[in-house]
Each structure stands twice: as structure tokens, then as C-alpha cells.
Design a protein around this ligand. Structure first.
Ligand code: ZN
Length: 171
């Protein structure tokens, strides 16, 4: 079908939606977009309806409904009237899905970020000697396996004497 004036192809509209999603943040990590967190499983346009599939980062995190609403309102504000934000769990989200830009922003936010897990299971060692996001020292101790949210652990850095949170690895 030929594009007519003022109409975008579906591909162009999907790209447009992805740009809109760059403005949607996890309320707990306000600097990082849902795209950078690897939460957007797919974007499609079917019969004029924008369908966004999102994979929650942590099923225990209470922010899912807020993020879902944030995605819908960002897409609507971008000029799309019909938006359907679906939550999918398969394939599951893992910390490996966070983009390089997302990892850098998490670190700048003061969150220690997990290394690539490549499908291996999380082991106790993943929660100890975690590199400090402020000074990169691994002379750190685990203070609490459960921080303000279940997804985060709290560590203390013996080098720069600051507490920091770690985004726990998820595979
Ligand atoms: Zn430090």
C-alpha cells in the first residue's frame, strides 16, 4: 500500500512508538527507560491498535501497573489513540536484557549492576564482593540481601565508606 500524505507506514509508526517509550521510566529508577531496562518485548500495530508487550523486570516489584499505565499514556500522548499494553512473562526478563546504555545509567544512579549471567543460575557469590558503583572497589560487604525492594540488596563499601544498592542478578 502506498503511503499517503500524513500517514506513516507501520514500520515507521513502530519506530515512533519505541522513541516514545524511551521517555517511560521505571519509577524506582527514574533515569533509565523501560527500553533500556529491556522490558519491552515487542511493539506491533494491528488494525490501528498499538500493541506493546512488556516483560516486568521483577514479578515481585509493585511498579508493574504504574509502568503499564505510563507506557499507555506516553503512546497516547504521541498521537496514537488505541493502545493495548500487555504483560508477558515468556520469555522471562533477565538482567542480561538491560542495554549497555541502561547499565551505564544504573551505575551512574549509584546502583551496582550485575554482570552478564548468560543463563547461569544466580549463586551466593553474586551477592558478595560486588563492585562499588562509586569507586569500583570490590572491598565491599553485603549488609542486607533485601533492600527497599526485593529486587535490590544493600552493600557497604569499605574503600569509600558508602552504602550502595545492588540490582540483583536475575536469570
Ligand atoms: Zn566505594
Amino acid at each position: 500500500m502506498m503511503a499517503v500524505d500524513g500517514m506513516q507506514s507501520d514500520d515507521a509508526r513502530v519506530s515512533h512508538v519505541l522513541r516514545l517509550l524511551e521517555a517511560v521510566k521505571d519509577p524506582e529508577i527514574p533515569d533509565v527507560s523501560v527500553v533500556e531496562l529491556g522490558m519491552i518485548a515487542s511493539v506491533a500495530i494491528e488494525a490501528g491498535v498499538v500493541i506493546v508487550e512488556m516483560t516486568p523486570t521483577f514479578t515481585a516489584c509493585p511498579a508493574i501497573a504504574m509502568i503499564q499505565a505510563g507506557i499507555a499514556s506516553a503512546v497516547r500522548a504521541g498521537g496514537f489513540d488505541d493502545v493495548d499494553v500487555r504483560i508477558v512473562y515468556d520469555p522471562p526478563w533477565t538482567t542480561d536484557r538491560i542495554t549497555e546504555v541502561g547499565l551505564k545509567k544504573l551505575k551512574a544512579f549509584g546502583l551496582a549492576v550485575p554482570g552478564k549471567m548468560c543463563g547461569r543460575s544466580v549463586e551466593p557469590k553474586d551477592l558478595v564482593s560486588v563492585a562499588c558503583p562509586f569507586c569500583d572497589s570490590t572491598d565491599t560487604v553485603l549488609e542486607s540481601a533485601f533492600g527497599p525492594t526485593l529486587c535490590r540488596a544493600i552493600h557497604y563499601c569499605d574503600t569509600c565508606h558508602q552504602s550502595f544498592e545492588q540490582m540483583k542478578p536475575v536469570t
